[in-house]
Design a protein around this ligand. Structure first.
Ligand code: SAM
Length: 190
């Protein structure tokens, strides 16, 4: 297949926005895969801020980072991403180059703990305040579960209304696949 698949597309976008020494956000730590990916790229002089509301996700992510000796590059908050403006130190406001949200629930865990549109949107608004121009927010939208479909619709409505003078907003999605595979919304601050 020549067309780029959804998750590699997200990673490629991240690689455009994240370089050695940059400040980035993993808004949904989950099992810590994205945080590990980001920690590798930002290097010793960069910083990853990771958020999750579940203790299991926090512990799994810390363990994964320790296995790779990268825990010193990451600050982990056991808190919702809607608190990111207040929790990310002021010295890094205006310096964030990328943020990733893998929405929905943590596979293999409590499926009642899901991301919610009101908090996801609050976090996006805060990120737009503290990102550099050309900073990129990636939303990976899993909409195969009931709350996921609600979140998808709310995010599409919200994202379509972001002032085009403020950000470029892209949807990357296969439109003829069964079983509601994930798709991407990318927001690039202007
Ligand atoms: N990126 C993860 C990975 O690499 O494994 C997968 C993330 S999983 C799909 C979604 C995560 O979002 C869950 O771990 C859940 O606890 C978390 N979550 C739910 N609401 C949240 C919130 N308000 N702030 C931060 N994380 C939240």
């Amino acid at each position: 297949m020549k067309l780029e698949r959804i998750l590699p597309f997200a990673k490629n976008l991240l690689e455009k926005a994240v370089t050695s020494g940059t400040v980035v956000v993993d808004a949904t730590l989950g099992n810590g895969h994205d945080t590990l990916f980001l920690a590798n790229i930002v290097g010793e002089s960069g910083r990853v801020y990771g958020f999750d509301v579940q203790e299991d996700a926090i512990q799994t992510s810390i363990e994964r980072l320790k296995q790779h000796g990268l825990e010193d590059r990451v600050t982990i908050f056991h808190a919702g991403h809607e608190q990111l403006y207040k929790l990310i130190p002021v010295c890094h406001h205006g310096k964030v180059t990328a943020a990733i949200f893998n929405l929905g629930y943590l596979p293999g865990s409590d499926k009642t703990i899901v991301t919610k549109p009101v908090t996801t949107i609050a976090a996006i608004e805060q990120l737009l305040e503290i990102m550099v121009p050309e900073g990129i927010i990636i939303l990976v939208i899993y909409h195969g579960h009931a709350e996921g479909a609600v979140e998808r619709d709310a995010l599409l409505t919200y994202c379509q209304e972001i002032d085009q003078k403020k950000a470029h907003v892209l949807q990357y999605r296969y439109i003829n696949q069964q079983n509601n595979p994930p798709f991407i919304i990318a927001i690039e601050k202007r």
